[in-house]
Structures are given as C-alpha cells and as structure tokens.
Design a protein around this ligand. Structure first.
Ligand code: NI
Length: 202
C-alpha cells in the first residue's frame, strides 16, 4: 500500500518544483491587506470570509490527494480574487509568490473586456491549461458561492448563476469526484431554494 509519506514530495511531475509550505500563510496576510474594507457581496461580512470558505472546501480534499501540490492550491485559493477584485497586478503576485501561483491566479481572473458568458468560457479554457490544483480552486470557489444568494438577486439571476455553476462543473468536475459531487449538490439545493420555491423573488 502506498502511504502519504512515500509520495509527499513527488507531485504529478517529479521534476516540478513545489510551492514552499509556508507560502500560504504569506498569501493569507497579503489577501487580508488587499481585500481590506471589502465586504462579501450582499452581506456585511469581510471579504476574507469568502476566501476562508473556499479554503475550507478545498483542504479536506487536498489531504486525500498527496500527489498534488497543496501549497500551490492553497495560495491560488487565497489569492484567487486579488487581481480581479483589487488593484493587485499579476506582476506583483509573480514577484511575491512565483510563476506557478501567478499563472494560476491569472487563469482564475476573468477578462473584464469580454462579455459575461464569454469571459467565463475564456477563464475556464485558461484554467484547463493549468495544473489540476487550479481546477480544484475554481470548483471550491463556486461551491462556496452557491450558499446564500444576495437578497437583491432576482430569480432569473439566481437561475443564471446555477447554470454557470453547471458549466464550471462540466468543464472541471473530472479533476475531483468529491469536489464535483459537492458542487453538484449545491447547484441542486440552490435551484430548489432560489428558483423553484422562490415565490418571494422578483
Ligand atoms: Ni471567489
């Protein structure tokens, strides 16, 4: 039987350098500063609550997949919205966290010059060119976002968001059975709550 110890430092590609294990803590400080003052949309909660939720979805799955670079996945999860939602640049991420993390974060960043649906398809295409760790971050991110819908969202917007979730699941779900199952369950529950039974929403 193979143990975690036998494979802890091999990764998918034995020649690939792993992200240092202390880097996620540095990323956490960085994200806390960059997202400072931001609220999670539709709530009074600090934005880091969302980042924490993504990490919480990801960590147990990473523990079960020792061949993956856990620190890479954690860094990209923690930094996934810094370029899209703050004034942080990809060059800053590269300088502080290295090429692999920067490439992952940039793939997770939507191109805002594209129309909404196209920008998601474009990001998914770029994520699929990245290591599996980055696919997992996107699955964990959407799972985290399919909890409570912001009160001002219409039924139509909630449906579109669930359908976009399905698009993400179809494109990336093959990377982890556990994450795919969880996202699928969230999509179903969200549709029941906000689309089928949502007589209160416009
Ligand atoms: Ni996010």
């Amino acid at each position: 039987m193979m143990t975690t110890k036998d494979h802890a430092y091999e990764g998918d590609d034995p020649g690939k350098m792993r992200v240092p294990p202390d880097l996620p803590q540095h990323a956490w400080q960085f994200a806390a500063i960059r997202h400072q003052g931001q609220r999670y949309p539709g709530t009074e909660l600090p934005y880091l609550v969302h980042i924490g939720a993504v990490l919480l979805n990801l960590l147990p799955v990473l523990q079960e997949m020792p061949l993956l670079d856990s620190a890479l996945a954690q860094c990209c999860a923690i930094l996934h919205d810094t370029v899209e939602d703050t004034n942080t640049t990809g060059d800053e991420i590269r300088a502080q966290f290295g090429e692999q993390v920067a490439a992952g974060v940039l793939a997770l960043t939507k191109d805002k010059t594209l129309e909404k649906r196209l920008s998601m398809l474009d990001s998914l295409r770029r994520i699929r060119m990245q290591p599996r760790e980055i696919w997992m971050v996107k699955l964990a991110d959407r799972t985290a976002n399919l909890g409570e819908a912001p009160v001002h969202w219409t039924r139509e917007k909630c449906l579109a968001y669930a359908e976009e979730g399905q698009l993400i699941l179809d494109a990336l779900g093959g990377v982890s059975e556990v994450l795919a199952k969880r996202l699928s369950e969230r999509i179903t529950a969200w549709k029941t709550k906000y689309v089928e039974q949502s007589s209160l929403r416009r």
